[in-house]
Design a protein around this ligand. Structure first.
Ligand code: ADP
Length: 256
């Protein structure tokens, strides 16, 4: 049979099947390409605005007639924007290391409950500042997984719970040991997430309702890191959230 240049993907034979899978591959490649381009443009944007702020305030600081108070304010902006850039870079490096083709995990056996307690301790400055009571109900669990990456999961979930919650409320962390899996729940009584945003909160750079210049610090990368680390451990993440009521993140990790 003569090849005429185009393959009919509706043909029922092997050639049709082949054409169909090439078509699918091409679609997937251009989808990857689109995601990559979007990612680069988001990253550039996220670097651009703090850099502009730093440059602008550094210029202002050169003015010799500046009052002491203004000088302090401008320096504080430069400091917080630098911190933002630094945390963005750290998160991007982490995501890149998770994207490596070979498995980036270095599994070890460690006490999951101890690690969660340590994370809560690390964020005490934040919970105390907002007078949020963090309570823990933790089974003792010796777990095999990558401790460095899993620590990021608890950090991101806890810092979100504290960030997106009014002062003087409560956050609960529950770790339940099961036969062949462990379950971790992080509950808050915070602002919640509206139904229509739920499917997108794990997307890189996605932030709900907050303009990128808003005062709530964040990069929109935290939950994509959570999802990726959990998937690498063959686990699952669930969100249960209601706007104005609160949010619960549940993570289930199989014991490998
Ligand atoms: P960010 O750096 O913005 O916190 P994340 O990827 O961690 O990025 O979260 C994505 C978005 O999901 C946040 O900007 C926020 O709008 C929403 N979100 C995450 N956790 C919570 C929570 N516990 N309560 C309410 N909204 C949340």
């Amino acid at each position: 049979e003569q090849f005429t240049g185009t393959l009919d993907i509706h043909r029922k034979d092997e050639i049709g099947q082949l054409a169909h899978s090439f078509q699918k591959m091409t679609e997937r490649l251009s989808e990857n390409d689109r995601i990559r381009k979007e990612f680069i443009s988001d990253v550039s944007h996220d670097f651009q605005s703090p850099l502009l702020n730093i440059k602008g305030y550094a210029d202002l600081l050169k003015n010799e007639d500046l009052s002491k108070m203004n000088r302090k304010q401008y320096a504080a902006v430069i400091q917080s924007e630098t911190e933002r850039l630094s945390s963005l870079t750290k998160q991007l490096l982490l995501l890149t290391s998770l994207d490596q083709l070979s498995s980036p995990l270095h599994p070890k056996s460690f006490r999951l409950d101890e690690q969660i307690k340590e994370t809560v301790r690390k964020y005490r400055w934040f919970s105390e500042e907002k007078e949020i009571a963090v309570s823990m109900e933790l089974d003792e669990v010796a777990f095999t997984g990558d401790p460095a990456f899993l620590e990021k999961v608890w950090e991101n979930l806890l810092s979100n719970a504290l960030k997106y919650t009014e002062e003087k409320s409560a956050v609960d962390i529950i770790l339940t040991d099961g036969e062949d899996q462990v379950k971790i729940e992080v509950r808050d009584e915070g602002i919640g997430i509206a139904q229509e945003h739920l499917p997108r909160v794990f997307d890189r750079f996605y932030r709900v309702d907050v303009s990128r210049t808003s005062k709530t610090e964040g990069t929109g990368l935290g939950l994509s890191i959570v999802q990726q680390v959990v998937q690498l451990h063959q686990g699952s993440v669930y969100i249960d959230s209601e706007k104005g009521v609160g949010t619960t993140f549940t993570i289930v990790l199989p014991k490998l």
